[in-house]
Design a protein around this ligand. Structure first.
Ligand SMILES: [Zn+2]
Length: 84
């Protein structure tokens, strides 16, 4: 499923795999990164930090930081770093 979204910051129309109000370009100024990560993980519970990073435009370090802080523990316990 691909959603068509409108960015609340720059009003650009863009497509993504989750409903979100922030495009990749504006991700760094948005405060709902965690919400979008959680939404993405609900749809794709086996995603790792790099996949989430590529989809949402959030730096993997930020995602791992949320994980370390315990925000993502509720998502099936399958969240993990990339395996070689
Ligand atoms: Zn934007």
């Amino acid at each position: 499923m691909i959603y068509t979204n409108v960015c609340k910051h720059c009003h650009k129309v863009f497509k993504s795999k989750i409903r979100t109000l922030c495009c990749r370009d504006c991700r760094s100024v948005d405060d709902s990164q965690l919400d979008d990560i959680v939404a993405y993980l609900k749809l794709y519970p086996n995603s790792n930090a790099l996949q989430i990073s590529e989809e949402l435009g959030i730096h993997p370090y930020e995602i791992i930081k949320f994980m370390d802080e315990g925000w993502l523990n509720t998502v099936n316990g399958k969240f993990s770093r990339l395996e070689d």
